[in-house]
Design a protein around this ligand. Structure first.
Ligand code: SAM
Length: 263
C-alpha cells in the first residue's frame, strides 16, 4: 500500500471520541445514583436493592442524554443499558462468552466501532450501474473505500480486465472473505488497511458506501489527493453542502441513489 501523506493521516474523523463521551455519560449516571444510594443503604444497614438501583441509573442516564440532546436511539440505549446489564447478570453466564462474542463482532463490525460505518453490501444492480458510469474511462483506476467482501470490485474487475481495481477494508473477517473472492482476479488489488491512511492520488474513480458520519472529512481528503477530472461516487450518502454533478437512481428494492462528484 502506498505510504500516506501527513495530511491524509490527519483526516480521520474523531469517531472513538464520540463513543467515549457516551460511555462517560453512562458512568456519570451510575456514579450519581450510587453515590446517593450506597451511603443511604449503608446507614440503614440494608443491602443495596440492585433492580431498583439499575432502573434509577437508567433514569439518570436518560435524563443526562436528554439534557445533552442525544439522538433518540442513544437515549433509548442509555435508559435500557443498566437495567439490561442487571437482568443479564442474573443469568450467571460465564464472562468469557461475552468476551468471545465481542471479539467475533469486532472481526466483522470493526468499521462501526472505529468510524461509525456499519456493514452492508452494494447489490448487483449497483455494480452494474457503476460499470456503466465508468465504461467510457479508458485508463480506469478504481478504488472502493471500505470494500466489504468485494461485492462491487468482483463484478467490475471481471467485466473490465483492462482496468485496475483496488479495495481497502479494515474488518478482519470481511477482508478475508473479500480476499478469497477476489484472489483469482489479477487486476484486483485487495488491501488490508484503513481508508484514512490510503493515498487516493493513484486513482481516477473512488467509490464509497459508508455512512453520513465521515462524508465531510472524506470530501476534504478527496479534494486534496485526487487528480483533476477524477470521479467520486457515493452510494446513498451525499457530501453535505456540496452539489453533486449528477445523481443516478437505481431501480432496486431500496431505490439506491448514487451521488456522483467530478473533482
Ligand atoms: C457499508 S460497507 C460497504 C462495503 C462495500 N464497499 C460494498 O459496497 O459492498 C462499509 C465497509 O467499510 C469498512 N470500513 C469502515 N471503516 C473503514 C476504514 N476506516 N478503513 C477501511 N474500511 C473501513 C467496513 O468494515 C465495511 O466493510
Amino acid at each position: 500500500m502506498s505510504s500516506p501523506s501527513p495530511e491524509s493521516l490527519d483526516a480521520a474523523p474523531p469517531a472513538v471520541g464520540r463513543q467515549v463521551r457516551q460511555l462517560a455519560l453512562q458512568f456519570a449516571a451510575a456514579f450519581a445514583v450510587l453515590s446517593l444510594a450506597w451511603p443511604y443503604y449503608s446507614v440503614r444497614n440494608e443491602e443495596l436493592p440492585w433492580p431498583q438501583t439499575a432502573f434509577a441509573i437508567g433514569g439518570a442516564a436518560l435524563l443526562l442524554a436528554s439534557l445533552t440532546r442525544q439522538a433518540w436511539w442513544w437515549r433509548l440505549m442509555h435508559a435500557l443499558f443498566a437495567p439490561l446489564a442487571w437482568a443479564v447478570s442474573r443469568l450467571a453466564i460465564d464472562p468469557g462468552w461475552f468476551l468471545l462474542l465481542f471479539m467475533l463482532l469486532l472481526l466483522v463490525y470493526r468499521g462501526a466501532l472505529s468510524g461509525q460505518v456499519p456493514l452492508y453490501f452494494s447489490n448487483r444492480q449497483t455494480a452494474a450501474a457503476l460499470a456503466q458510469l465508468t465504461a467510457d474511462r479508458r485508463e480506469l483506476r478504481f478504488l472502493d473505500l471500505g470494500a466489504g467482501i468485494g461485492s462491487v470490485l468482483g463484478p467490475l474487475a471481471r467485466e473490465r480486465p483492462d482496468a485496475q481495481f483496488a479495495g481497502v477494508e479494515n474488518a478482519p473477517a470481511t477482508w478475508l472473505v473479500g480476499r478469497l473472492r477476489t484472489a483469482a482476479l489479477a487486476n484486483c488489488d485487495w488491501r488490508w488497511g484503513d481508508l484514512w491512511r490510503t493515498d487516493f492520488a493513484a486513482f481516477n474513480v473512488v467509490y464509497a458506501f459508508l455512512s453520513p458520519a465521515p462524508m465531510a472529512t472524506l470530501w476534504a481528503k478527496l479534494q486534496r489527493e485526487m487528480p483533476a477530472g477524477s470521479l467520486f461516487i457515493s452510494n446513498s450518502f451525499a457530501v453535505p453542502d456540496v452539489e453533486p454533478t449528477s445523481v443516478v437512481e437505481i431501480d432496486d428494492a431500496r431505490q439506491t441513489l448514487l451521488y456522483c462528484y467530478r473533482l
